[in-house]
Design a protein around this ligand. Sequence first.
Ligand code: ADP
Ligand code: MG
Length: 399
Amino acid sequence: MSKVILENLCKVFPGEKGHPTKVAVDRVSLEIASGEFLVLVGPSGCGKTTVLRMIAGLEDISSGIICIGGRRVNDIPPKDRDIAMVFQNYALYPHMTVARNMSFGLEMRGFPKEEIRRRVDKAARALGLLDPDNLLERKPKALSGGQRQRVALGRAMVREPQVFLFDEPLSNLDAKMRVEMRAEISRLHRTLGCTMIYVTHDQTEAMTMADRIVVMSEGRVQQIGTPEDLYHQPANRFVASFIGSPTMNFFRGTLQRTQGGLTFLEECHEGHASPWKVQLNPELAARLSSRTGHPILLGVRPEHLAPESSEHGRLELEVDLVEPMGAETFLYGHTAGHKCACRITLHETKGLEGKRIHLIPDQESLHFFDPVTGDEVSGQRIPRIKLPLPITPLRKQTL
Ligand SMILES: Nc1ncnc2c1ncn2[C@@H]1O[C@H](COP(=O)(O)OP(=O)(O)O)[C@@H](O)[C@H]1O
Ligand SMILES: [Mg+2]
C-alpha cells in the first residue's frame, strides 16, 4: 500500500524584504495509485519542486493534506515518511566512496551490517555499478555524470522505500545519457513496482516515462491524464502548447455562418487578402455553433497538416525553414496571419525555402480554444485509430 494522496495542497512563501507573498502551490489535489509512475511536468517556477518537497516533508505545508500509504503525514518528519528522493545535482558525499554513499543512510539508521551489504550489492547489480567495471570503491569525482546519477539512484533504492521522489534527475546529463537513463528508470520502476513521482520540465521525459502526467502552471494543476490523453485531448491551450514538439499551431480567427455550414476564417495581417478558411464538418459545426460570429483560436498539430494540391480548405504556407530529421521533415513558415509548422514524410523537400505550399488539415484532429479563457471548447474526441502510434502502449507491449 503506497498510495499517495494530496488534498488541496497549498504553499505560500512569505514575502521577504518588501517582496509580496508568493503562492507557489495552489490547491493541488491528486491521487497517485500504488505502483504508479506519475510525472509532474511544467515550466520552471510552476511549483513542481515545492510539491515534491512537501511530500518529502522538507517543506512545511501552508494548507491541505498529504497521505502516504493510508497515513496522514502532514506532521510526520521526513525520515519517518518511508520515501526516498533523488535530486538533479545528485547530492553525493564527495569524500565517501560509492559503496559508502549508498550505505551511509542505512548505517545512520542502525541497520545490521549484513543487511546493508545485501542491499548495496543488490542495488549496485541492478544499476550496473559492478559490471563491467566495479565502481564501488571509487569517489564521486572519478565518475561520469551518468554514473553519479546511478549512485544517487542506488542510494535511494537501498532504502527500499514505499515511494520514490525524483526532482529533474536527468537535467545535468547530456542528451544521449538522458535517453539511456530514462529507459533505466522506467526499467527500475517495472522491476521494483513501487510508486514513483517524477518531476521534470521536459515534456519528452513526461511523455515517454509516465503512466499519468500532471501538467502544472503557476502553482495549479492544468490537466491530469495519460500521455495519450494529454496529447490528443488537451483541456486548454496551455497543455496543448506544452505537450508535443514541434508545438501545436494556433490560429486566431472567427467562426462564420456560410452556405455550407460553419467556417473558420483566419485573422490576417492588415492588407493580406487570403486568409485560411476551413469549413467545419457537421459534427464540429454543431458543437461550435453557439460561438458563431465570435473570435476563436484554432489549434492543429504539425503532423495533422498534410500537403494537398486541391484548393478546398487549403492553408497556404510560405516556407521559411526546412529541417530534415531523417525519417520526417519539419517545415516552418507563415500563413496570411500566423506562424505555422508542419511535419511531413515527403523526401522531396530540398529547395522549398521561400516557396509556397498548400496544406490541408485533418478535420478530426482540430482543436478549438476560447481566446480569453484558453479552455478547449469543441469537446472533440479524437479517434485514436487515425493517429500515429501512441508512445506509452507501445512501450508497455514491447517490454
Ligand atoms: N524558499 C522560497 N521562498 C520564496 N519563494 C520560493 C521559495 N522556493 C520557491 N519559491 C518560489 O515558488 C515558485 C515555485 O518554485 P519551484 O517549486 O521551485 O518551481 P519548479 O520546481 O517548478 O521550477 C517559484 O516562483 C519560486 O521562485
Ligand atoms: Mg524545480
